[in-house]
Design a binder for this molecule. Structure first.
Ligand code: MG
Length: 466
């Protein structure tokens, strides 16, 4: 019997605001941060987890993580692993902590870090990367790992089991395929608002040469600038001369690109406003960007405004532009209503805005039932490491869909992880294969020692004016 004996949290902040990385119309000054937790046991087994923030407030999340983690101390890990849905319900059910949510805000993202740490521990204990642990579950085991509280009006456990069972045929083949070719990714880092046109052109060229064919640009600060930057990106991604040697052009009218406004080389452009507009403003502004032919507008307005997103989607549909959101959708009920209201074309789950793998599974099951594509949010720090696991679970076990999906990729800060994610020459995520990497989120001890706020060596030196 192995018991959880304690935990440690670390407030780790990277000084990304110095370079303009991560800048968009809403978030202008980001220090990408990790509220990081390690769960310890009375054996060698540990579990690492984190949630992402963009700087100030990361300490508040760490405090909340400590409160949630206390609920696990003295628990038998195999009892926790036996029914991860029940374990999740238990984590959520603190009669006092619940008041500062429920299921939203700081307490929810803190619970996400803890739930993810427990899943990391579970995968390590079985000597499998997390995606493989879950891919090897029976349909009953997978569905038992999700939570159905408050969503059983749109999907019951029985329906979910039927959905996953129907995907059993072909599962082994899908796993083999994705191990060979990788999972499709897209690039965001060419189009941050803080970058000059020269830097955007250079980064776009590099991304095309790296095999990518989906690109995202931040918009919303100035429409004329957005059109200029969008045309600049399209002039590169639509021109066959920039394709890497040996790359074949993709059929813009093929199944994978249908409805995505792909250009002549099969390249797709997406735009992201990070919540800056009111509903009518969003509609007017995005109509004005039609000439750069985006597939979708991401986060056009407040993340909680489900009917607002539905109105935007309806108004933009005649212009061939879809709507995507989810990185700030704070729980499965918000996704339930986006789906019920026909408000989104793409569900952008976040690995630690939702309260961990368990709640993510619930959203993957609902999205599959509604036939809505899941393209997880990533970037920041640690998110790319997490989400490749989630997209693999979605493809292999739940939706069976991959070539229409794309997983966000940003080439930042991966060097701080013991098992960093990686991209192949075709611009696709490699499948994590190390049996000891769990959920791939373990951070190097030196990185924590350097960037822990405020006394890590980097911050101590900077705060001393050196
Ligand atoms: Mg975004």
């Amino acid at each position: 019997m192995v018991k959880i004996t304690g935990f440690a949290t670390h407030d780790v902040r990277f000084p990304t605001s110095l370079t303009g990385d991560g800048t968009d119309a809403m978030n202008t000054d980001c220090d990408y941060s990790s509220a990081y937790v390690t769960l310890f046991t009375d054996s060698d087994l540990v579990g690492h987890g984190m949630t992402f923030t963009i700087g100030r407030g990361n300490d508040i999340v760490c405090t909340a993580i400590q409160e949630v983690s206390k609920r696990l101390v003295d628990k038998d890990v195999d009892e926790l692993f036996l029914d991860m849905g029940k374990t999740w319900d238990y984590l959520m059910a603190d009669p006092q902590l619940r008041w500062i949510g429920p299921e939203k805000g700081v307490i929810h993202i803190a619970t996400g870090a803890v739930n993810n740490a427990l899943w990391d521990m579970y995968a390590r204990s079985r000597k499998k990367p997390l995606w493989k642990l879950i891919a090897d579950f029976t349909p009953e085991e997978l569905v038992r790992s999700a939570t159905f509280r408050y969503i059983s009006d749109v999907i019951t456990k029985e329906e979910a089991i039927a959905l996953v069972t129907a995907k059993q045929a072909g599962k082994a083949e899908r796993e083999k395929t994705v191990r060979e070719i990788g999972y499709p990714a897209y690039v965001t880092s060419a189009g941050w608002l803080g970058y000059s046109d020269e830097k955007i052109a250079q980064l776009t060229n590099e991304a095309v040469a790296g095999g990518f064919n989906h690109f995202k640009m931040k918009v919303g600060a100035n429409q004329a600038d957005d059109i200029r930057r969008g045309k600049l990106i399209r002039s590169i991604i639509d021109d066959p001369q920039y394709l890497p040697a040996g790359a074949s052009q993709r059929d813009p009218y093929g199944e994978a690109l249908k409805g995505k406004n792909a250009g002549p080389t099969g390249a797709v452009l997406m735009i992201d406003a990070n919540q800056v507009w009111d509903v009518d403003q969003a509609i007017d502004y995005v109509k004005g960007l039609s000439e750069i032919k985006p597939w979708f507008i991401e986060e056009p307005t407040a993340p909680d405004d489900i009917l607002g997103h539905a109105a935007i989607r309806k108004a933009l549909k005649p212009h061939g532009i879809g709507v995507a959101t989810g990185e700030h959708a704070h729980n499965r009920m918000v996704f339930k209503q986006f789906l019920q209201a026909d408000a989104i074309d793409v569900a952008q789950i976040d690995s630690c805005r939702l309260a961990g793998v368990t709640e993510v599974l619930s959203v993957l099951l609902m999205a599959a039932k509604f036939g809505v594509l899941v393209c997880p949010h990533a970037g920041g720090v640690g998110l790319c490491e997490y989400v490749i696991h989630l997209s693999l679970i979605d493809y292999i076990c739940i939706s069976g869909s991959m070539e229409r999906n794309v997983l966000e990729y940003v080439d930042h800060l991966h060097e701080h992880f013991v098992n960093p994610c990686s991209i192949n020459a075709q611009g696709r995520y490699n499948v994590p294969v190390n049996p000891d990497e769990g959920y791939s989120i373990e951070m190097h001890k030196e990185s924590i020692a350097t960037y822990e706020w405020p006394n890590g060596s980097y911050w101590a030196s900077r705060n001393a004016g050196n």
